[in-house]
Ligand binder design. Sequence first.
Ligand SMILES: C[S@@+](CC[C@H](N)C(=O)[O-])C[C@H]1O[C@@H](n2cnc3c(N)ncnc32)[C@H](O)[C@@H]1O
Length: 318
Amino acid sequence: MPNDFNQNMLNTIKRCEGFIIEDEAFKKGFSEIYPFTTENISGYIDFFDLKDKSLLTVGSSLDQLLNAVLFDCKDITVLDINPNTKHYFYLKLAALLELNRKEFLEFLRYKDFPKVFKDNYQVFNKTLFNEFKSTLRLLDYESYLLWDEVIQNYESRKIRNRLFSLDEERTSVIISCNPYLSSETSYLETRNKIKKVFPKFITCDIEKASLDRSYDNIWLSNIGTHVDLNTLKKIVDKVSQHLNIDGTLLISYLYSTTISTKYQDDWQEIYNLDETFKIFAEYNPTLKDFLGIRDFRFNFDSQHDSVLIYKNKKNIIT
Ligand SMILES: C[S@@+](CC[C@H](N)C(=O)[O-])C[C@H]1O[C@@H](n2cnc3c(N)ncnc32)[C@H](O)[C@@H]1O
């Protein structure tokens, strides 16, 4: 029987060849890695106290992790259903350590790069990869084996289209949403800080996860926009048991929504804010909005995104 890594390596190769692999991630619609976040993390990161605190987050793009590192979070666990999340972390980490910000973007960006309506045929460029792959090998041998096999043997556009989501914003949006990419200084600061951070990875469906510790912050990304409200409630009931006193839980990221947004019947359930506040009443959550992805993408300032947040306040005994 192949072990988990070998099985995943075989599955990843099959995917590069164009086969569909019906694993758990595929069944949930998340067999593709997100190359970059699709959230305005810059908009919500200040709502969380990350400095010297712990974080449990989902996110195969690893941008949640990289931004948390810049904000001095050192104890990070990434839980994601996508089995290549850990391997993508080490590829992104090796690139961050060895490439400058321009090369980092050239190596990882694809859609609308270097210009809008262009695709970057130099994505996962072999020559650039060969320049830093020895670092990847030192960081994590399995990740090195996987990416070396893939990048040496498959056309870069096939790797990008078959392993990664096409849900990728333009460079200007990605830079605005990610503090770690917002300037040369923050890129280099993240590079320095990450040398002292050793994240843990859990590959599983969060609906089935059994956690063995607690965290100061938990980020559920926008899983809430992909599941029904009852399922999200079950996830929140479970993970909130692992939220420390005074900890903060990001229940869900919501696109183009503020507290006054009127629900329309064809939207996902979570956007029905009356129902959402009813089902989460015991958590007394707050909805905080900020510049949204569409505000950046189209230069609007009327399409704010929001995060639904629960704060585990200490019981005050009077
Ligand atoms: C909802 S997706 C969308 C991308 C996200 N907005 C971002 O910026 O990263 C967020 C992440 O959740 C993961 N995910 C989705 N459903 C999951 C589940 N049931 N258990 C664990 N991870 C899940 C996906 O693999 C993906 O990496």
